[in-house]
Design a protein around this ligand. Structure first.
Ligand code: UGA
Length: 477
């Protein structure tokens, strides 16, 4: 049911438990739309940094929001009980990392629920914001009851997030939809008060509001569902998006064989409004802290409930295969990899973030190191994190041209905007051989041809420089 909001309500006192990507962005954005928010984390050093306005993650607009609301509508604490006691609504936004089995580890959610139970004195709404499998809201309810909270003194609501790293603040404030899975009208009324400024469009009238696709005339839709449906919406959304990416990657592989161009194919299928253009970029496959983990967890939920979700196993297989195909393209272009110096552009799992979790780029660098290549890598934001993972095995460059300097080839692994705007003449002069293998299709083929590159991308024809093809017609074509 889509709800028409009526809102002119007073701010809500909110506690957000967890200050990771989701918790921190949620806390800052809830303060931005007018609420009084206290964000709790048990890491005291992190709380101290946040209280000074230092964002521990690379996230567009987050530092601005911290600066705007800190000490006024937004504060940080390590004291869960104090935070919860003063709050009408408690968002749980702690991590749900994958277990070896593929299931999400819900032990942090459980222990926060038990802690919260000890502090409840009057009616409160507990909101699960962490990505969790279906039935988690039932489990949270059970934990609260077991810890002595009387029924009627709380409600549990599922309010999944659809935030992409790098654009999380805009995704929150200009969401495609807000999903509130509430089985109780009382809890839903409180959630409507919280999201009222977005769902009525009133927030977008403020002079300093973050600009984006929504406005007073075009507010954010608010969808009320059952708690179970909301939990499924989150997992099913991520699974569908991952499936779209694997689909276009499979089509790209077919394009390579038949000599078609995947950008034309994606454009053609994306013009069908039922399909749409977004999430049809082929490449090295999806990574990050969400899609790989959520697909595994969703499959596991299916198998526990006797529902076959093997479709998703194929999505995962295609995804991992993209890395192998990329390494094969490197061998086709360079013959052997042992002893070669490879310039690498991009380490993060996608552009606009410093996050390396499940990054295809890191997996490829590790494969190159295992094959005996030497690697000089550049990333605009992720080098400090990469040093911790790759240590002394990789040389880190200060810019893209330094990564290319005297390298046997340059490979593009992350779709950073600045990698699509390189000075190609300078790049060609920096490289030992003008070979660019692009896992993210950042350049038009014609541009690379004009600059004399041997350019290999995904689902498109390989460009060969004139001088390199003379007398060599059978290799790597
Ligand atoms: C994803 C979802 O997009 C969010 O809606 C969701 O809230 C979030 O997971 C989550 O569950 O918390 P995120 O992981 O930040 O967000 O990143 P995306 O922008 O979705 O990209 C995921 C991966 O897919 C990246 O590795 C990206 O390079 C890849 N991708 C994306 C493609 O290969 N092709 C595309 O067309 C789009």
């Amino acid at each position: 049911m889509t709800i028409e909001p009526t809102d002119s309500s007073p701010p809500v006192q909110i506690a957000v438990v967890g200050s990771g990507y989701v918790g921190l962005v949620t806390a800052a954005c809830l303060a931005e739309i007018g609420h009084a928010v206290i964000c709790v984390d048990n890491d005291e050093a992190k709380v101290a940094g946040l209280a000074r306005g230092e964002a521990p993650i690379h996230e567009d607009l987050l530092t601005e929001l911290l600066g705007r609301h800190l000490g006024r509508r937004l504060s940080f604490t390590a004291d869960l009980h104090a935070a919860v006691r003063g709050a009408e609504v408690i968002f749980i936004a702690v991590g749900t990392p994958p277990l070896g089995s593929g299931d999400a580890d819900l032990s942090y959610v459980e222990s926060v629920a038990a802690e919260v139970a000890r502090s409840l004195r009057e009616y409160r709404v507990i909101v699960e914001k962490s990505t969790v499998p279906v039935y988690t809201s039932d489990w949270i309810t059970r934990v609260l009851l077991r810890n002595g909270v009387p029924p009627g003194q709380f409600d549990v609501v599922s309010n999944p997030e659809f935030l992409r790293e790098g654009t999380a603040v805009s995704d929150f404030l200009h969401a495609d939809r807000i999903v509130v899975g509430a089985d109780s009208d009382r809890a839903f009324a409180l959630m409507s008060r919280i999201y009222g400024p977005l769902a009525s469009g009133r927030y977008f009238e403020n002079s300093g509001s973050v600009p984006g696709s929504h406005s007073l005339q075009n507010p954010v839709p608010l969808l009320r569902t059952s708690a179970n449906s909301a939990e499924l919406i989150k997992h099913a959304s991520n699974a569908f998006l991952a499936m779209k990416i694997s689909f276009i990657n499979a089509v790209a592989n077919l394009c390579e064989v038949v000599g078609a161009d995947v950008s034309e194919v994606a454009q053609g299928i994306g013009m069908d409004a039922r399909i749409g253009h977004r999430f049809l970029s082929p490449g090295l496959g999806y990574g990050g802290s969400c899609f790989p983990k959520d697909l595994k967890a969703f499959r596991s939920v299916g198998s526990q409930l006797g529902v076959n979700l093997d479709l998703l196993a194929e999505v995962e297989r295609i995804n991992l295969n993209q890395r192998e195909r990329f390494l094969k393209k490197m061998r086709d272009a360079l013959w052997t990899l042992r002893g070669k110096k490879i310039g690498v552009l991009g380490l993060a799992f996608k552009g606009g973030t410093d996050d390396l979790r499940e990054s295809p780029a890191i997996a490829i660098v590790q494969s190159l190191l295992a094959e005996g290549s030497s690697v000089v890598a550049y990333d605009p934001a992720a080098i400090a994190n990469a040093e911790r993972i790759l240590g002394g095995d990789v040389v880190f460059a200060k810019d893209p041209y330094a990564a290319a300097d005297n390298s046997d080839a340059l490979i593009i692994l992350t779709d950073w905007k600045e990698f699509a705007e390189l000075d190609l003449s300078r790049l060609r002069k920096s490289l030992r051989y003008p070979i660019v293998i692009d896992g993210r299709n950042l350049y038009p083929l014609e541009v690379m041809r004009q600059h004399g590159f041997h350019y290999v991308s995904v689902g498109r024809a390989t460009v060969f420089p004139q001088s390199h093809t003379a007398g060599v017609t059978k290799l790597g074509r």
